[in-house]
Design a protein around this ligand. Sequence first.
Ligand SMILES: NC(=O)c1ccc[n+]([C@@H]2O[C@H](COP(=O)([O-])OP(=O)(O)OC[C@H]3O[C@@H](n4cnc5c(N)ncnc54)[C@H](OP(=O)(O)O)[C@@H]3O)[C@@H](O)[C@H]2O)c1
Length: 407
Amino acid sequence: MAEPLKIGLAGLGTVGTAVVDLLERGRDKLIARCGRPIEVVAVGARSRSKKRSIDLKKFRWIADPAALAADPAIDVFVEVIGGAGDPARRAVETALAAGKPVVTANKALLARHGHRLAVLAERHQVALNFEASVAGGIPIVKTLRESLNGDAVTRIYGILNGTCNYILSRMERDRLAFADCLREAQRLGYAEADPSFDVEGHDTAQKLAILASLSFGTKIDEAAVFVEGISSITLADLDAAAELGYRVKLLGVAVRTEAGIEQRVHPTMVPKESAIAQVLGVTNAVTVDADGLAPITLVGPGAGGMATASAVVSDLADIARGVRTPPFGRPAARMSAIRRAPMQRHEGGYYIRLLARDRPGSAAAIARRLAQQQISIESIVQRQTCSVNRRKRRAPPRPAVRASRCR
Ligand SMILES: NC(=O)c1ccc[n+]([C@@H]2O[C@H](COP(=O)([O-])OP(=O)(O)OC[C@H]3O[C@@H](n4cnc5c(N)ncnc54)[C@H](OP(=O)(O)O)[C@@H]3O)[C@@H](O)[C@H]2O)c1
């Protein structure tokens, strides 16, 4: 049998321990597919004494991620530490500069430094694989990078954050407030103690920036993503959406427009019968629209140790087989700077919920203000509830929340 592919694994948390487990359990299958074993030989994490679900005695311990990346006994460096800065960044750069392929699950690192790392990987003629960085177990990176080569992607959108989708699904199903669902998500381990990164849309934005780059051949531009989270969504919004035939989802949407590439993350009303509306709970989904092709939707587990480890192991299997593709599907030198289409130029349907005093002329005044801004009204639904009547005495008219439809 051919020599094993020797792995140095930095990070032994949720993903790292699952990678060790999956490589051990899938050993024979991987040999059958790749013609050689894939073996972890050295590992590192912050604390050596921490109790973990795997037996570390078989592996050499190298605490410093950059030293592990440079270790001459490893063939491939796997980074599952996280974060856009050091030590993850320095370790990945060290491995690439030493001519070692890298597999990473780190969306923050890629969204910030993806293009520079791709240049480095190409210069040293090694793979930089990151399937696990977007939508966990869904093979969307491979699909864009290797499968849709002949098709011009026009739009890509998806549910890229399981925590937000869980919260919105629970709010709708159990008629609970946002805060209650968030607490439940934290209790179940779906949301971090500080959930703002997820619920304010920044996690989705990083993943979207990576998908946009793969879809349109542009350099990653995380700063170009318009971001609005779900923390201001109320049950009243979900009810209004349902009445109009929609469901609210936090979508990441990247579209090629005449004005450039539009990248946006915001609560979106999607038709109830659409494939993406059926995706509930922590599940992720990505839809790709390409010229001459009916939309393709991939649905699956977007996070969790095993789902993410499955993507890491798939990337390792490619390296074991000798497959190397440019990290973003084309040579880095041929990736153009993104021409940003500003959100202010975005044209689409919007839902606006307003709280207004019940007196003659209120609706006319609203219509006049919208017309002044060149906004046409497709339909108006007026409600007069007791709670609105009570609140109107205290609250002046104000916009409450808005969600734009995916167009
Ligand atoms: N969890 C998921 O479902 C998921 C899904 C997709 C992608 N990802 C990505 O996968 C990566 C890892 O996520 P995770 O959930 O496994 O994180 P995690 O559970 O927090 O594990 C992080 C690991 O990195 C180690 N570490 C942290 N700082 C370090 C340092 N300075 N030097 C050496 N080791 C250090 C930690 O060591 P100790 O254990 O000693 O503290 C821990 O083992 C992140 O980039 C994340 O975005 C995760």
